[in-house]
Design a protein around this ligand. Structure first.
Ligand SMILES: [Zn+2]
Length: 273
């Protein structure tokens, strides 16, 4: 069984994905049906054989199951059947889209935050021990995809200065971002709008050094993720960015948006005290 709100959710994602489902009206008409077909055709490797003979309702359910997979919600096998697991996964997806995070029971089951690179805690002494003095030990990262400078979008860069200890991890993250999203989606989501890394400055309104002074923090898309904006306004709080953040978090990087709900542009290789 599918409801109007389930169809609407699918239509929203189909529209975001460029599959042209028509208006988001909850009506599972021929245009939406064709859009689901196109979306599934683009993901055949994730579907069982014979899926193309499924009913239009079953295909729609399979598409919603794939949306759950994208959000890393366990929906069971992609079979197009609306069982209890799919129902629970769907409810979690709806919650995620409204609140920007999974419902609490799921969150509690998530493993402790990964820190495979042993990033230090963001305290000046710890940062100096691990990274050295501010403005030292720098290198240049050659980017897997071109970045645009956020304050001058016509200027493109193929590299930027970062701390040598974060170089390899940063490269892994950005390579995975490219693998996952692809160039077109990166541009759409503005994952290439670079707001800076190295900047030898104090924290805004404070006397301690910013993590940018060690070149261990990167800002992305500052125009749509202003410093004081919370998840109701910040673009990077939207579900489309979940994988983006997960790829950073798997490497132990900390998003201030995800952890403190401000400065959603900023990600750093230092844990919060
Ligand atoms: Zn920053």
């Amino acid at each position: 069984m599918t409801t109007k709100s389930q169809v609407k959710l699918a239509q929203r994602h189909l529209s975001d994905g460029g599959f042209d489902p028509g208006p988001v009206d909850g009506d599972h008409g021929s245009r939406t049906e064709a859009a689901v077909d196109r979306a599934l055709t683009a993901r055949v490797s994730q579907l069982p054989t014979g899926w193309d003979n499924w009913s239009k309702k079953r295909k729609l359910v399979a598409y919603i199951q794939l949306l759950c997979v994208d959000a890393r919600i366990d929906t069971g096998p992609i079979d197009g059947f609306w069982g209890p697991q799919t129902d629970f996964a769907y409810e979690s997806l709806v919650y995620l889209e409204i609140h920007g995070q999974l419902p609490p029971p799921w969150r509690d089951q998530q493993p402790a935050t990964a820190n495979p690179n042993d990033w230090p805690i963001e305290r000046e002494a710890d940062l100096r021990t691990f990274y050295g003095d501010v403005g030292t030990n720098q290198t240049r990262i050659a980017l897997p995809y071109t970045h645009k400078i956020a304050w001058n979008l016509s200027e493109r860069i193929g590299s930027f200065v970062c701390h040598e200890k974060v170089h390899d991890s940063l490269l892994r993250v950005l390579t995975r971002v490219l693998d996952h999203y692809g160039q077109d989606r990166i541009s759409e989501l503005r994952l290439d709008h670079w707001g800076g890394c190295y900047n030898k400055r104090r924290k805004r309104g404070g006397t301690s050094w910013s993590t940018h002074a060690w070149a261990i923090a990167v800002d992305y898309d500052p125009a749509r993720n202003r410093l004081t904006w919370g998840r109701d306004q910040a673009a990077f709080a939207k579900p489309a960015y979940n994988t983006w953040w997960q790829l950073w978090e798997e490497e132990g990087w900390v998003s201030l948006g995800r952890t403190r709900n401000f400065d959603w542009m900023h990600v750093q290789a230092a844990l919060l005290p």
